[in-house]
Design a protein around this ligand. Structure first.
Ligand code: ATP
Ligand code: MG
Length: 569
């Protein structure tokens, strides 16, 4: 048995260590990640995945099951099953042989239900859904017992079998656990464990017209798989007594449920219901839209598995609900890409510059460093010629006092190339728009030397006009203008809080010729602009599309400096 290399131990790892020390589960640690296949995985799921697979590999050589909690056929789909597996694998985790479906246990779950009935621990209730709700009582009032609660075992068994055989309409009866209608915990007031629902299941087809409820199915699935530590989010804390009751009543393997705080992030939404609404309403291009907090969206945006894992480590595991700043997630991908992404020059909003004293047909190649953080990444050649593009924002005709970039009569450095001085501004005679600049260069400054120690304050990125390639660049901003993911339940309100400027598409951008080789998913730093990756869907050879992963400005580093470190917004 190995102890974790990571010495930072959260309360869950502390429990696991204690259980190992006391030999509670004969030295076993088996966890599971149990998504419901009703949507794509999001960054919140990544937290749960890192925890479950992480704990398993740290303490037991890596047994973590992937189990699809497919007990609600109306909302589930194979598309989701496939995407979930792809996303877990992409994050770098492996369930080995241990891929399971709650639906594989439907026969077992049914048999357990008959056993509960036989033991007098469950009964068929024929109240309507509304009546059941009414009888349940409230937080301050105890519930009332259903008139059907005292049905004899034989009658319950007969009715339950006929429910299974399709003799009754949807909603005509339910099977309920017989626990305690006066319990202060509403979950213990005879919770429903089976309902009639004529729905086609993507795995079991039309075999069943009754389906088990989540709490019942989940506890027993854990038990069937001999899960030792069943890690779930805090909203299930009040369900734990039912979890324990179920396993005890049936005297089966006792898995242990432990709750932790879910991940909440600023400026996005994470409930799958809302994400689905965004997809179905056409507010985004799909589950993998780079603005989505989904794993597939983050992947397409240019995020790496390493950055997502680092983020989950930073956030940590606790019992307290917090909202984590999106700036922390961005900080994590910046740190990763800063070290690993090659740097190139790209001009997003080009302004033509003609260097009038540079020969028309001359081309020079300058050496550019691929990544100053990693000398092993080497250098490349960047072609230079008489006509280059610079960023339109890097020129001001009337520069304000702290503007150190190009202006009439002013000299700046073109990175890796030479010094240029702006001599003339050319305008469209009709519109007055600046169409090009005429500049001169200092031949003495070529290749990075500094003639007569002259100081030049601005350094601009650029590309050679005839050598550069055209590209589309997509800039993203936060999906949501604010942070309230829970809040009002009115769907329209949430849609109205979408950030209308979350996507900006720039066409006619000019990029360095070395990017002709870039393949889908490749990541770069565009100097002075941010980190970008080649879009995995829309990019074509000869017509590249780049997604901005994140800008260069690290607001998290600044927050950290001013407040000391904490993962909380
Ligand atoms: P949603 O509310 O978004 O629909 P869910 O909890 O219903 O999410 P499941 O597919 O049931 O989604 O979740 C699978 C696992 O991931 C569960 O164990 C759940 O606790 C965990 N999980 C879901 N969202 C988060 C989150 N934001 N932070 C941490 N864990 C999460
Ligand atoms: Mg769920």
């Amino acid at each position: 048995m190995t102890s974790p290399e990571n010495s930072s131990t959260d309360f869950i790892r502390a429990i696991v260590q204690e259980d190992l020390a006391s030999n509670k589960y004969e030295g076993r640690v088996v966890t599971r990640f149990p998504p419901e296949p009703n949507g794509y995985l999001h960054i919140g799921h990544a937290k749960s995945i890192c925890l479950n697979f992480g704990v398993a590999s740290e303490y037991s050589g890596g047994v973590c099951h992937l189990r699809f909690d497919d007990t609600n056929p109306l909302r589930e789909d194979v598309e989701y099953i496939n995407s979930i597996q792809e996303d877990v694998r992409w994050l770098g985790f492996d369930w080995g042989q241990h891929l399971y479906y709650a639906s594989d246990y439907f026969d077992a779950l049914y048999a357990f239900a008959e056993q509960l009935i036989a033991d007098g621990k469950a009964y068929v209730d024929s109240l309507s859904a509304d009546e059941i709700r009414e009888y349940r009582g409230t937080l301050t009032e105890p519930g009332k017992e259903s008139p059907y609660r005292k049905r004899p075992v034989e009658e319950n068994l007969d009715l339950f079998r006929r429910m299974r055989d399709g003799e009754f309409e949807d909603g005509a009866h339910v099977l309920r656990a017989r626990i305690d209608m006066a319990s202060p915990n509403l979950n213990m007031r005879d919770p429903t464990i089976y309902r009639i629902r004529r729905a086609h299941h993507h795995r079991t087809g039309d075999k069943w017209c009754i389906y088990p409820m989540y709490d019942y199915a989940h506890a027993l699935s854990d038990s069937i798989e001999h899960i030792t530590h069943s890690l779930c989010t805090l909203e299930f804390e009040d369900h734990r007594p039912l979890y324990d009751w179920t396993l005890e009543a049936l005297d089966v393997y006792r898995s242990q449920q432990i709750e932790f705080a879910r991940l909440n992030l600023t400026n996005t939404v994470m409930s799958k219901r809302r994400l689905l609404q965004l997809v179905e309403g056409g507010h985004v291009s799909g589950w993998d839209d780079p603005r989505m907090p989904t794993i597939s969206g983050l992947r397409r945006r240019g995020y790496t598995p390493a950055a997502i894992k680092t983020f989950c480590e930073h956030v940590g595991i606790s019992k307290r609900d917090t909202v984590v700043s999106m700036a922390l997630l961005e900080h994590c991908i910046r740190e990763d890409l800063n070290r690993h992404a090659p740097r190139v020059m790209a001009v997003l909003n080009p302004l033509k510059v003609v260097i009038t004293n540079y020969p028309e047909d001359k081309v020079q190649e300058f050496d550019a460093v691929n990544n100053p953080e990693d000398p092993a990444m080497g250098t490349r050649k960047v072609p230079f010629s008489r006509v280059v593009y610079i960023e339109r924002d890097d020129f001001r005709e009337d520069p304000p006092s702290r503007f150190f970039r190009l202006a009439p009569g002013r000299e700046v450095r073109l990175r890796y190339a030479c010094y240029i001085t702006c001599q003339e501004v050319i305008r469209d005679p009709e519109t007055g728009e600046i169409t090009e600049l005429h500049c001169t260069y200092d031949p003495e400054s070529v290749g990075g030397s500094t003639p007569d120690g002259r100081r030049v304050r601005g350094t601009l990125h650029w590309v050679s006009a005839p050598h550069s390639l055209e590209a589309e660049v997509r800039l993203y901003d936060y999906l949501m203008m604010d942070t309230n993911d829970e809040g009002e339940e009115d769907g329209r309100d949430f849609i109205s809080r979408l950030n209308p400027d979350s996507l900006q598409v720039l066409s006619g951008c000019r990029i360095e010729p070395c990017l002709a080789e870039a393949g889908r998913g490749d990541r770069f730093q565009f100097e002075r602009q941010g980190y970008f990756c080649v879009d995995s869907l829309d990019s074509e050879p000869g017509a590249p599309v780049f997604n901005r992963t994140v800008s260069l400005r690290d607001s998290w580093a600044r927050i950290e400096q001013s407040q000391g470190r904490s993962g909380v917004a």
